[in-house]
Design a binder for this molecule. Structure first.
Ligand SMILES: [Zn+2]
Length: 142
C-alpha cells in the first residue's frame, strides 16, 4: 500500500490523541494493479469517531452513517474506501481475530501500536479473496 508521510503522520497524531482508547478512520483513494499485484493508494485519511459500545481501549467501531457519508464524498472525487486504520493501545500492531473478521477483502488494514502515548510501530495488512491475511508493505507516496 502507498501513503504519504503527511497522511501517515495524521493517523499517528489521531492515535496519540485518543490514547488510551483506540482511534479509527477510513483510508480513501484508489488502487493500481501491476502484474496481478494490487496496491491500494491512500490519497486521503478520514478520521472517524470510535462508536464502540463498551471498552474502547480494546476495540473500535465506525458508525455506518459516518462510513456512508465518507464513501459518498469519496465517490464524488472518483475514489473509494481502500481501507481502515485503527490503533492498538495494549498489544502490538498485529490484527486481532475480530480485526481479521471485520476487514473486507482487498482493503488495507493499517494498525498503529501506541504505548503510553508513544507510537511504537505501524503495520499494514490485507485480506485476499480467499480470506487469508498477509502483511502489506507500507510504501511512501510523494
Ligand atoms: Zn484491532
Amino acid at each position: 500500500m502507498l501513503i504519504s508521510l503527511s497522511n501517515l503522520n495524521r493517523i499517528k497524531a489521531h492515535a496519540k490523541a485518543t490514547f488510551p482508547e483506540e482511534c479509527c478512520g477510513l483510508l480513501i483513494g484508489n488502487f493500481e494493479e501491476e502484474n496481478a499485484i494490487r496496491r491500494n493508494i491512500v490519497r486521503y485519511v478520514a478520521p472517524c469517531v470510535n462508536r464502540l459500545r463498551g471498552d474502547r481501549t480494546q476495540g473500535f467501531e465506525i458508525a455506518a452513517d459516518q462510513r456512508y457519508d465518507i464513501e459518498m464524498a469519496a465517490k464524488e472525487y472518483g475514489m473509494s474506501i481502500v481501507g481502515t486504520y485503527h490503533s492498538h493501545t495494549l498489544f502490538g500492531a498485529f490484527p486481532s481475530a475480530s480485526d481479521c473478521d471485520a476487514t473486507p477483502s482487498l482493503q488495507t488494514m493499517l494498525i498503529v501500536a501506541v504505548n503510553m502515548g508513544v507510537i511504537e510501530e505501524v503495520r499494514a495488512f490485507c485480506k485476499n479473496i480467499d480470506r487469508d491475511i498477509s502483511e502489506e508493505q507500507i510504501q511512501f507516496l510523494f
